[in-house]
Write a protein that binds this ligand. Structure first.
Ligand SMILES: Nc1nc2c(c(=O)[nH]1)N[C@H]1C(S)=C(S)[C@@H](COP(=O)(O)OP(=O)(O)OC[C@H]3O[C@@H](n4cnc5c(=O)[nH]c(N)nc54)[C@H](O)[C@@H]3O)O[C@H]1N2
Ligand SMILES: Nc1nc2c(c(=O)[nH]1)N[C@H]1C(S)=C(S)[C@@H](COP(=O)(O)OP(=O)(O)OC[C@H]3O[C@@H](n4cnc5c(=O)[nH]c(N)nc54)[C@H](O)[C@@H]3O)O[C@H]1N2
Ligand code: SF4
Ligand SMILES: [Mo]
Length: 699
């Protein structure tokens, strides 16, 4: 008998509604849910791959332990007991423990709400996560300006007349820090009402291809462009729109003189965007009607990540687009995370890499390997890796592997033996994705409508399987017991979710939300900044000393003569998701996607033709990869996707290993980071590209 189930796709931030048809335990089909309040039927090719994740024969079904004779399967209780015992012994000997939390954890509300128990049980001193490879500049700026790390101003694409995207590719990524399913159709609708999409990117991306204007920019130089745009916006004065002006603190008066001091022609030369184009973008944002400028990975994971995100906010403020319909607004979702989580913090931390910023108590990932390899008593000797693959996702993968090998105890919660978890002593695998429930926990506050959606598990749990949250809760209990401590009361994730929903302004119960399988729609975004802003004086803080100082550092950096190295940037593809969807046949089939894109001129200079193998070398490493010669790259920039490099021995995902590719993070350099936030710099890596030796020799 075929049964029909409604759920939310958990793979990316878009949170699309899907309809899953099941026969026995087999997935018959996965389709978009046309009645879903947010995604309106949209899905991407990854949704159907949920079936592959569920039925993946390579996925671990039982805990495993690494022995001299290979991986040995074991029962859960035994695994918990052994890990707990070892943890207690190591802690008694003064060993420092830490966590690394990867991206899929953020898509699992139950794990997110429960894993702190495990952290308490372990007594971990330090959390690393994918956040400092990704978006910590956003949190930094949101805390500085709006008083809370999670107060994101989201572009209201459904009513906007102009959207300027700097360093984001939502046609491939489906939006980030911007839950915007069906981005392509929403752009078409905007264009049909006379609106305009402008994309600033060194590559003519899939998003640039549907834009009204593509503006190529030299990698890592967007700060110049953003200062230029802001300067032009403020040319005729800095009067803020009524309604907004009263909400902004007096530091606003500092902004115009700061940006006016820059020479527009120098800014233009620095970023490679002409003065007229800079003026044009400023003019469009000012006069085209409501709209927004939005910046993502391309301007976050770079040296001036925080500065860029600040400038983006200032441009929206200065053009009157902040907190207006069709501009950017703070969502007021069904579950109002902002009212539960603390406001967040910006501190500094002593690490083996010296003093680094620590935003939201994170230890920056650029210090990860060094913290594991340091030689004093502060060395991290015990590591829990939950849903993460830092060997592939963090800079200098080879060094990361060396660091993992040095651990006294490494425990991974992951369905696969990956490039990272192959170094673990124990791997605890969670159940398949369809056996879990789902709630749009972190994504309500980032969505283009005020919404929330809960889906129950689609399939009953396989015998012996456990959800991620159960694993962390049970392991926590075992560790408390091994240490002779009483375990605290642990509410279930559903209990916690129900409590948080009831306490949110919408005040619904989980049962009421669950009764709406298409999600709960609370309507379009609404201006609300006056009541939402959470700084102590309830004002928007336009400029802080740290950001002003950073602008000065940027100004000085413009004098540095850029070398003639090519600049390597990243890439995402709609059929891939970070490192973990390459085991799905239906997603990896077709042409090789892990290629080095290079402009025709740069390729010709190096004697490279389409498909040739090239050696790409950076300060930290070298990879050999086929080139894709294309006019879609701007000259001087080359692009390689991240998430590949599955050639490493002993991984369980065989399909991925058969489509190994190379890892861009064997080239990216942990020496490079954003000094305000500690975020890694993953774009703009200086590289040389040459024909591969073996190819050259063969001719
Ligand atoms: N050069 C470069 N590097 C980058 C980026 C880039 O653009 N360029 N992007 C960065 C960004 S934005 C991010 S978010 C990071 C991601 O960095 P990570 O989160 O470290 O890496 P992922 O590839 O997402 O790895 C996810 C792991 O979780 C496992 N997994 C999948 N589903 C589940 C589940 O339900 N439960 C559990 N327990 N495990 C699961 C997978 O098997 C995989 O091992 O990469 C960053 N690295
Ligand atoms: N299909 C798919 N979807 C995903 C993911 C995935 O791996 N695959 N990952 C998910 C995750 S974890 C995240 S964080 C989001 C990320 O979502 P996005 O940020 O939208 O995705 P990216 O493809 O990293 O887009 C970054 C863009 O910046 C450009 N860029 C690089 N350097 C520069 C620069 O110096 N200046 C400018 N202006 N642009 C630059 C790149 O060419 C690229 O087009 O995507 C999420 N969705
Ligand atoms: S865009 Fe694709 S991967 Fe992302 S939630 Fe929707 S269907 Fe899933
Ligand atoms: Mo990410």
């Amino acid at each position: 008998m075929t049964t029909t189930h409604y759920r939310t796709c958990h793979i990316c931030e878009a949170n699309c509604g899907v309809i899953v048809e099941i026969e026995e335990r087999e997935v018959v089909s996965i389709k978009g849910n046309p009645d879903h309040v947010l995604s309106r039927g949209h899905i991407c090719p990854k949704a159907t791959a949920i079936a592959d994740l569920q039925s993946d024969p390579d996925r671990l079904r039982k805990p495993v332990k690494r022995t001299a004779d290979g991986w040995q399967e074991m029962e859960w209780d035994q695994a918990y007991r052994e890990i707990a015992q070892r943890c207690a012994e190591l802690e008694a000997g003064g060993a420092r423990s830490a966590f690394y939390r990867g991206n899929p954890g953020a898509h699992d509300y139950a794990l997110s709400t429960q894993s702190p128990y495990l952290q308490r049980a372990v007594g971990a001193r330090g959390t690393f996560s994918a956040t400092t490879l990704d978006q910590i500049p956003h949190h930094y700026v949101q805390l500085q300006m709006y008083g809370h790390v999670s107060l994101a101003a989201v572009p209201d694409i459904d009513r906007a007349q102009v959207i300027v995207i700097v360093g984001g590719n939502p046609v491939a990524s489906n939006g980030s820090i911007w839950t915007v399913p069906d981005f392509r159709k929403r752009v078409k609708e905007m264009q049909a009402r006379g609106g305009k999409l402008i994309v600033v990117d060194p590559r003519r991306t899939e998003t640039a291809a549907i834009a009204d204007q593509w503006v190529p920019v030299k990698p890592g130089t967007d700060t110049a462009l953003l200062v230029g745009i802001l300067q032009c916006v403020l040319e005729n004065g800095d009067t803020l729109r009524p309604g907004l002006a009263e909400l902004v603190d007096e530091s606003w008066a500092k902004v115009r003189p700061l940006v006016a001091a820059f020479d527009l022609s120098k800014l233009s030369a620095h970023c490679g965007v002409s003065e007229s184009e800079i003026r044009g973008i400023a003019q469009t944002l000012k006069s085209q009607g409501p709209g927004a400028i939005y910046g993502r990975m391309g301007v976050s994971v770079c040296e001036f990540g925080a500065l860029n995100q600040w400038l983006v906010q200032l441009i929206n403020l200065a053009t009157g687009n902040l907190d207006r319909e069709g501009g950017t607004m703070f969502p007021q979702p069904l579950l109002d995370l902002v009212s539960f989580a603390g406001r967040g913090s910006i501190k500094t931390i002593e690490t083996a890499r010296g003093t680094l910023p620590s935003v939201m108590s994170e230890i920056p990932m650029i210090a990860f390997a060094e913290e594991l390899l340091r030689e004093d008593e502060q060395r991290v000797r015990v590591l829990f890796v939950i849903a993460g693959n830092p060997v592939i996702s963090a800079p200098d993968g080879v060094r990361t592997e060396q660091a993992l090998e040095s651990l006294d105890l490494m425990v991974a919660i992951d369905p696969q033996i990956t490039e990272t978890t192959r170094h673990a002593h124990y791997i605890l695998p969670p159940c398949g994705p369809l056996e879990k429930d789902h709630f749009s926990f972190f994504f309500g506050p980032l969505a283009i409508r005020d919404f929330g959606a809960y889906s129950p598990p689609t399939l009953p749990m396989e015998a012996g399987a456990k959800a991620d949250w159960e694993i962390t809760a049970e392991l926590a209990q075992a560790i408390f017991a091994a240490k002779g401590k009483a375990a605290p009361n642990m509410e279930t994730p559903r209990e916690r979710l129900d409590m948080m929903l009831r306490a949110s302004p919408a005040g619904m119960t989980l049962a009421e939300v669950e009764a709406q399988p298409n999600g709960v729609d609370l309507g379009p975004l609404k201006p609300c900044i006056a009541k939402r802003v959470m700084t102590e004086d309830k004002k928007i803080h336009a400029a802080t000393d740290a950001l002003i100082e950073e602008l000065g550092r940027f100004a000085s950096s413009m004098a540095e003569v850029p070398g003639d190295a090519l600049r390597l940037i990243g890439r995402r593809h709609v059929r891939s998701n970070n490192s973990w969807l390459h085991n799905s046949h239906r997603l990896v089939k077709g042409p090789d996607r892990c290629t080095l894109m290079i402009h025709t001129r740069d390729a010709a200079e190096r004697g490279l033709a389409n498909g040739d193998l090239a050696e790409v070398t950076s300060r930290v490493g070298q990879v050999t990869v086929a080139v894709e010669v294309t006019e879609d790259m701007m000259p001087g920039a080359v692009s390689l996707p991240h998430g590949w490099g599955h050639h490493r021995e002993g991984v369980s995902w065989k399909t991925a290993a058969a489509h190994a590719g190379v890892s861009i993070n064997d080239l990216t350099d942990p020496q490079r980071y954003d000094p305000l936030t500690g975020n890694a710099v993953l774009n703009g890596t200086p590289v040389t590209v040459a024909r591969a030796q073996e190819v050259a020799a063969a001719e």
